[in-house]
Design a protein around this ligand. Structure first.
Ligand code: NDP
Length: 244
């Protein structure tokens, strides 16, 4: 499998519609930019629509169209409304990037963690991704094609026994379990479901010192554009499988 950094845009572009959650900044924005460079129509999800419109304007002129859509993944009504709009407008969704995230709590310990923050992390990372995937799967099933990428973290790997980041870690572990379970259900359907760790990346969440955002995003875009037959139910970083 080639590494994402070496991947060139396809020479014969295939029309695809992609949705990226949490795409007004950070990794999500860069993933939207790279997907649009590949010629995909990209729906740039932002919970604050003004921020989404501002971000989409910056991508004006890319090979593929970029359209800002309002999306707070914790709001079931917004998710359902968006799914209906995508069905009416495009009749398809080929790529879903469950990227929205936050709640990085490096100083929290399991013994005295803020459970409200832990719950919020679960609502966004696990249930937000789950809700969005469930709402959009019918559009993927209809065409027998889909790439769902759950943006996770090595922090959520079973072998990662560090005592910090309890809310972040447990919510990403739960997202990993959901990824494997959905992938097993969809085996043979043409819809690949994978988790990707972008590595430590210098975004608002990652802070200074991480690697460039373009590099972290490339690993996500790589999983979003895997050719058929695509691996599914795997955990990747930089285009290489890593342990769950
Ligand atoms: P940023 O903080 O830069 O961006 C997070 C994005 O998620 C923002 O657009 C934010 O919107 C959005 N968001 C948060 N909650 C919601 C919600 N409920 N609904 C919709 N959007 C939401 O973080 P990164 O770009 O670094 O992180 C992106 C993903 O990558 C996350 O899932 C993170 O866990 C993961 N990751 C990042 C790493 C890193 O080192 N940066 C390492 C490993 C994983 P708003 O602007 O409105 O706040």
């Amino acid at each position: 499998m080639s590494r994402p950094t070496r991947r060139e845009p396809p020479t014969t572009p295939v029309y695809r519609v992609a949705l990226v959650s949490g795409a007004n900044r950070g990794l999500g924005f860069e993933v939207a930019r790279q997907l649009s460079e590949y010629g995909m129509t990209v729906l740039l999800g932002a919970r604050d629509l003004d921020k989404g419109l501002h971000a989409a304007r910056q991508l004006h002129g890319a090979a593929g169209e970029v359209i800002a859509v309002q999306l707070d993944v914790t709001q079931p009504e917004q998710v359902d409304t968006l799914a209906r709009w995508i069905e009416v407008t495009y009749g398809r969704l080929d790529v879903l990037i469950n990227n929205a995230g936050g709640y990085y709590d490096p100083d929290a310990l399991a013994s005295d963690a803020d459970l409200a923050l832990a719950e919020a992390a679960m609502q966004t990372h696990l249930f937000g991704s789950w809700r969005l995937s469930s709402a959009l799967l019918p559009l993927m099933r209809r065409r027998g094609y889909g790439r769902i990428v759950n943006v996770s973290s090595g922090c959520g790997a079973s072998a990662s026994n560090d005592r910090h980041c309890v809310a972040y870690r447990t919510s990403k572990s739960a997202l990993n379990a959901y990824t494997r379970t959905l992938a097993a259900e969809l085996e043979g359907s043409g819809i690949a479901v994978n988790a990707v760790c972008p590595g430590w990346v210098a975004t608002e969440l990652g802070g200074p010192g991480g690697r460039p955002v373009s590099l972290g995003a490339a690993g996500i875009v790589w999983a979003a554009s895997l050719p058929t037959p695509a691996p599914t139910g795997r955990f990747f970083r930089d285009g290489e499988a890593i342990a769950w």
